[in-house]
Design a protein around this ligand. Structure first.
Ligand SMILES: *[C@@H]1O[C@H](CO)[C@@H](O)[C@H](O)[C@H]1NC(C)=O
Length: 296
């Protein structure tokens, strides 16, 4: 009997969510304000990277930026751009894959700046070598930076968010967290892992009734950040799914993050890709050494 009741409640909820989604589609929710929120972005240094563009979007909206990267010089440049927009920026050199470093730098941030209220877990690396050619250390580093870093940063900053029932955790995964391709074993494994992490964390916050701490998973399709230098999309797909410009992607994602959207795929076409589950929709050729796929 209780199974039947459970089933009916679930069905009613599903309909409720569909109606809720339709209403959101008709009456777009407004962007929440982030002025004076403390926003930490990991991997902010790369001039063409998603992290830098996120920093600028948050700066335009008046947030205080805390930028983390292992590249100190690049990070300083990012901070300069943020300050040009009139926002405050604090920079820290931190290897997010090392938990002791994350915990100690997080302590400094709390002392120097205050409690982080928006955490954008963006830092990522790609090895781009087939599993058998990829040095062990590089595979481990990929997992540490792209996946484990989420554990440490969330453990460092979530407790204060929960205490004040206020915060937002943004997980940047990418389409390789949804479907995989050859020669990116380490990268795909790490990205699939953080998609799972985001889902589990969202469930946990919901179960604990922490409604003030939001979570968002951001999945861009290929972006032109230079990270996948050497990747090519199959020609017949190029028209449908051309690489995204990182600044355009971030603008679009930002808008939806600030509407507290739970999952964001860009372009929206990705929802369809997932639905029909095109495997090997992306094929990679290798004109350069960075992505040496031509092992035949
Ligand atoms: C940070 O959050 C903690 C826990 O809620 C609180 O005790 C502390 O006063 C906050 N610090 C600042 C600077 O707001």
């Amino acid at each position: 009997m209780s199974v039947l009741v459970g089933f009916l409640i679930l069905t009613a909820k599903v309909f409720g969510y569909i109606i809720h989604a339709l209403l959101r589609w008709v009456k777009k929710p407004v962007e929440k304000r982030v002025a004076n929120e403390i926003c930490l972005i990991t991997g902010a240094a790369s001039p063409t990277g998603i992290g830098r563009f996120f920093a600028l979007e948050f700066a335009r909206r008046g947030a205080t930026l805390v930028l983390w990267d292992i590249d100190t010089e690049g990070n300083e440049n990012a901070a300069r751009e943020v300050r040009k927009l009139g926002a405050k920026a604090y920079i820290y050199t931190c290897d997010v894959g090392r938990k002791e470093e994350v915990y100690s730098v997080a302590e400094y941030v709390r002392k120097d700046v205050g409690n982080v209220t928006i955490l954008v877990n963006n830092a990522g690396i790609v090895a781009g070598k087939p599993i058998l050619q990829c040095p062990d250390e590089l595979l481990e580093r990929t997992m540490r930076t792209n996946c484990h870093a989420h554990f440490w940063t969330v453990k460092a900053f979530l407790p204060q968010m929960i205490e004040r029932d206020h915060g937002h955790i943004v997980t940047v995964a990418g389409s390789f967290g949804l479907f995989a391709t050859g020669c990116l074993e380490g990268y795909c494994a790490s990205k699939f892992a953080v998609v799972g992490f985001h889902e589990a964390l969202s469930h946990e916050l919901k179960a604990k009734r922490v409604s003030g701490v939001k979570t968002t998973l951001v999945c861009p399709y290929f972006t032109d950040t230079g990270m996948f230098h050497g990747c090519r999309i199959r020609q017949e797909l190029e028209a449908l799914l051309s690489p995204l410009r990182p600044d355009q992607f971030v603008k679009s994602a930002m808008h939806r993050i600030l509407q507290n959207q739970h999952v964001i795929y860009v372009p929206r076409m990705l929802y369809l890709v997932l639905l029909i589950c095109i495997y090997k929709s992306v094929s990679i050729h290798s004109p350069s050494d960075t992505l040496s796929l031509s092992v035949s």
